[in-house]
Design a protein around this ligand. Structure first.
Ligand code: GDP
Ligand code: FE
Ligand code: FE
Ligand code: FE
Length: 197
């Protein structure tokens, strides 16, 4: 079992798990543990920090099941970009999630927090850890959608190929559903997809 020793959190893994479980319904709690395990495997393959992969995987959806009012309050209280108020939970839980993770879980490592910030939309620049969380969320073992097997194969072959694949598929899906595209999603697309083969 993984023991945390690098001080990204003062909690043990079991203590951190208990705090996360208190904020998530059972299906979501199970998802974050699968993302953790997938992220740890990718961290071993791609030479990223195992502890950071564990912590980031566990906390990536920490804010997913909070009421909208919590996010709107955070936008005001912490003077975040006022345009965020025009979006919704799908965007907020990633972008604003770190505000709650810092204050409630005491995790301040900026690479872990950036991995959470970018897990839904990606980002033009991502560390290996951020790419791993972005992909682990997409390909964890319970994910089942057209293309998930190809996403798993590409990610196993080359992490960047997985990032480009997910980025193209997500934007294509959002457009096909007439959904609003968060600007960061477009920035990620422009950085990762054109001329990527
Ligand atoms: P989850 O939290 O594990 O369910 O997964 P994600 O955080 O990756 O995605 C949450 C939701 O955000 C999904 O339904 C995505 O399709 C959606 N999403 C991702 N990018 C955008 C975007 O640019 N605009 C909108 N409207 N939704 C998005
Ligand atoms: Fe998420
Ligand atoms: Fe995702
Ligand atoms: Fe997730």
């Amino acid at each position: 079992e993984l023991t945390y020793s690098d001080h990204y959190t003062t909690d043990t893994r079991d203590q951190l798990l208990a705090k996360i479980e208190a904020h998530l319904r059972p299906a979501r709690f199970a998802h974050v543990q699968r993302v953790e395990q997938t992220a740890i495997a990718l961290a071993k393959q791609y030479g990223a920090d195992i502890e950071k992969a564990s912590i980031a995987g566990l906390v990536h959806d920490y804010a997913k099941q909070r009421p909208d009012s919590d996010f709107l309050q955070a936008i005001t209280d912490y003077k975040l970009d006022p345009d965020l108020a025009n979006w919704n939970n799908a965007i907020w839980h990633g972008v604003i999630g770190p505000e709650f993770i810092k204050r409630e879980l005491g995790i301040y490592d900026e690479e872990i927090l950036d991995a959470v910030r970018y897990h839904t939309t990606g980002n033009p620049y991502m560390t290996t850890l951020a790419k791993i969380i972005y992909m682990a969320d997409y390909i964890e073992p319970a994910r089942d959608f057209d293309g998930v097997e190809e996403a798993r194969e590409l990610t196993a072959r080359d992490l960047d190929l997985g990032v480009a694949y997910q980025t193209w598929h997500t934007l294509t899906y959002l457009i096909s559903e007439n959904k609003a595209i968060y600007p960061k999603t477009i920035e990620t697309y422009n950085a990762w997809v054109p001329n990527s083969g």
